[in-house]
Design a protein around this ligand. Structure first.
Ligand code: ADP
Ligand code: ZN
Length: 519
């Protein structure tokens, strides 16, 4: 199957495990020879929709793009993964352009990026007409339409090009096309009506919910109780944890199976089959589970730990409710998750640019967890889609009430500063609550002015404040090894009363003098 070959190339050439939503449909149609207009949000991976077919199918794909700087990037990226690409544009010298033309004639180029201005000249069109162009990919296709926000007259030449090339297959891509623009594009660029694929990231049937880890097991149990007998997936951060959670659930009468990359392939295949073929199965898995899993009636996805990024989160919750019926998601997160995920990224053997990117993805995930207005809106915004509040997520349904928390914040920030800006949440909570733990005594922190200023709040409440201060950027990690906290500029501003901070209203817990169970 061509799509299977494309999926293999996606992995081999680009290192990606699976298609993004919408890509499979577009690439499948392109490989089947259909004309396609793809409307997908920014960042959804539209380029892949012509890159992969060019790799799988061979032949020359001409890519029209208005953005010269972007074309150069793409050529470099393609060269990087071993795909022969070139550009022809006014920014190149004549010499370079002549060289490129030679390579095209010799059939050595798979992807040729050209600007629309460049195509306006007859010379190029006739050269291309004699070069057996396999297909035409038109990026930013909304530029052809006067209804769009970015009309470019040169785009009007593209229909002429298409027919000069013998009505080759056309793939047009855009991130912004309302219904009017869409039908205009279809009229202008295609010889006959194309297949139109519109993909939004919105999955309205998925209910989104996040909860701070309080008593994680009972939070999971409560969630599962609402879904007795349904198919579901629980994602956990480590192999060990999947086993333990699965055992615990089994003890509670749930048909739960652990799944992770440490199991032998036969066991993994068998468990996957059980999940696919039977009902009422809960898979407790690491991220190793899910690729290519297409069970339509998964009714819930629960993250027992914070996912590594918004992308991963979206992919994982996306395995629920593929039948379009309501499905629920719950993501549990705690301050330990922030540190754990950071460490994971720092420990990876990857280049600096990649590491930076993964840290950015994690930050976005933390922001999503700590979001205070519509969760779905924040999620869609991450994928470049603007939308109104959904009215259905945990936050729209009255999840977050913000209160001024400057005084509590000052207590925490002051404890951080006075203890030397290097301790983690556990130690800070002890100082705040006036718990003379061994470390506290050894460091003389029971003599600090802040010692015991927060005795009226429970340990969990303080951890919640610390977590929110971290997510709000008032605290940062002091060093990579220890996971302690230091103040940021904004933390200082709050400490010295130059800025206030609103945090989510904290549920008061019964205050115990004993060491809290939250640690
Ligand atoms: P768009 O043109 O839709 O804005 P791009 O084509 O620039 O998006 O792709 C955005 C990013 O997504 C690129 O870094 C690309 O490599 C990456 N990407 C594309 N397809 C996938 C995939 N299937 N899995 C993971 N990342 C992908
Ligand atoms: Zn909402």
């Amino acid at each position: 199957m061509p799509l299977a070959r494309a999926r293999a190339a996606l992995k081999q050439v680009f290192g990606y495990d699976d298609f993004r939503p919408g890509q499979d449909e577009v690439i499948g149609a392109v490989l089947a020879g259909e004309d396609v207009l793809a409307v997908m949000p920014t960042g959804s991976g539209k380029s892949m929709c012509y890159q992969l077919p060019a790799i799988v199918d061979g032949g020359l794909t001409v890519v029209v793009s208005p953005l010269i700087a972007l074309m150069r990037d793409q050529v470099q990226q393609m060269a990087h993964v071993g795909v022969a690409a070139a550009t022809l544009n006014s920014g190149n010298g004549d010499e370079a352009n002549r060289e490129t033309l030679k390579r095209i004639r010799a059939g050595e180029v798979s992807l040729l990026f050209v600007s629309p201005e460049r195509l306006a000249g007859d010379g190029l069109v006739s050269l291309l007409a004699s070069s057996a162009v396999k297909r035409l990919a038109i990026d930013e296709a909304h530029c052809v339409s006067q209804w769009g926000h970015d009309f470019r007259p040169e785009y009007r030449q593209l229909a002429r090009l298409r027919s000069a090339l013998g009505n080759v297959q056309v793939v047009a891509l855009t991130a912004t096309a309302d219904a009017a623009t869409r039908s205009d594009i279809a009229d202008q660029l295609f010889a006959s009506p194309p297949r139109i694929v519109v993909h939004s990231f919105d999955r309205p049937n998925l209910h989104l919910r996040f909860e701070a880890k309080d008593k994680p097991r009972s939070q999971i149990a409560d969630f599962l109780d609402r879904h007795r007998g349904s198919n579901g997936i629980i994602y956990a951060g480590s192999r060990d944890k999947t086993e333990k959670l699965a055992d615990w659930l089994t003890g509670r009468g749930v048909r739960a199976l652990a799944y992770h990359a440490g199991l032998d392939p036969a066991t993994r295949a068998a468990r996957q089959d059980v999940f696919l073929q039977e009902d009422g199965i809960v898979i407790v898995a690491t991220i190793a589970f899910g690729m290519g899993i297409n069970k339509p009636d998964v009714r819930f996805v629960c993250h027992a730990d914070l996912p590594s990024g918004v992308e991963a989160y979206y992919q994982e919750i996306g395995r629920a409710g593929r039948d379009g019926l309501p499905a629920e998601t719950l993501t549990l997160y705690g301050i330990e998750d922030f540190a754990f995920r950071r460490r994971q990224i720092d420990d990876k053997a990857i280049g600096e640019a990649q590491r930076k990117l993964e840290h950015r993805r994690l930050s976005a995930m933390i922001d999503l967890a700590e979001a205070v207005t519509c969760r779905r809106q924040a999620l869609l915004a991450y994928f470049g889609e603007t939308s109104g509040p959904c009215g259905a997520c945990d936050l729209c349904q009255g999840g977050a009430e913000l209160v001024d928390a400057s005084v509590d914040a000052q207590k925490v920030l002051s404890a951080v500063v006075r203890s030397g800006q290097r301790y983690g949440a556990g130690h800070l909570v002890d100082i705040l609550r006036g718990e003379a733990s061994e470390t506290v005594r050894r460091q003389g922190h029971d003599k600090l002015k802040t010692f015991g200023v927060g005795a009226a709040r429970g340990a969990h409440e303080w951890r919640t404040v610390i977590r929110q201060l971290f997510a709000a950027g008032a605290l940062a990690e002091a060093s990579q090894e220890h996971g302690g906290f230091c103040l940021t500029e904004s933390g200082e501003a709050i400490l010295f009363g130059r800025e206030t901070i609103a945090l989510r209203k904290i549920k008061a817990e019964p205050v115990r003098r004993s060491r809290s169970a939250a640690r």
